[in-house]
Ligand binder design. Structure first.
Ligand code: FE
Length: 199
């Protein structure tokens, strides 16, 4: 499955006066006439509920200039408990009134939901493309580029022979012989099963 490639996007939506956004890697064009895209979103994401209720969303395409902070901001906290746009300045509203991200991105696409498909843990939304805009000439970031060049590299340890555990999602390093089975990454909130042993 790791041989599949994906882009990376900030999905944003708005319901009433509530804005939120999250990171997804599942946006793609499905038809050209009419121009439609699909996104697939985990139901745990607050933004999922905003898209489902409002039927509208924006996709901001993350570029190779995106820094880790964007992934932390939109990916490692929940819109249910944090207002991700409170004080966030690198954004603007498109014609549909929804925010798009202006820094670390190269384009945004606005879309209106045409059909939804319940996939269990996720919902797939197929949507008509509305207005869109190129924002920067930078290359789009792939998930592979995120892994190799955006995610922080763990610092090289002195040769103490100490065992440590590295979060494969965000790079956080836990030092210790054994990683507690119920350990949760303090940065990205992924479980112990997403850690790898390093020495
Ligand atoms: Fe992590």
């Amino acid at each position: 499955m790791y041989q599949l490639t994906y882009g990376l996007f900030v999905l944003t939506s708005r319901l009433g006066t509530k804005d939120s956004g999250c990171i997804i890697n599942t946006a793609g064009q499905v038809t050209s006439s009419p121009n439609r895209i699909s996104i697939t979103v985990n139901k745990d994401n607050y933004t999922h509920d905003l898209v489902k209720e409002s039927g509208k969303f924006n996709i901001s395409v993350l570029s190779e200039r995106a820094d880790f902070e964007i992934f932390k901001h939109f990916g490692f906290q929940s819109g249910r408990t944090a207002d991700k746009f409170s004080g966030y300045e690198a954004c603007s509203r498109s014609e549909n009134g929804i925010y798009y991200i202006t820094k670390g991105t190269n384009a945004y696409i606005s879309a209106s939901v045409w059909q939804t498909l319940d996939l269990g843990s996720h919902t797939m939304f197929i949507a008509d493309v509305g207005d869109m805009e190129l924002l920067a000439p930078d290359a789009s970031a792939t998930y592979g580029y995120y892994q190799s060049s955006i995610k922080p590299r763990p610092e090289k340890k002195a040769s103490t022979g100490k065992t440590a555990w590295r979060c494969t999602v965000c790079g956080y390093v836990y030092e210790g012989e054994e990683l507690p089975a119920d350990f949760i990454c303090p940065i990205c909130k992924h479980p112990a099963s997403d850690f790898e042993k390093i020495v």
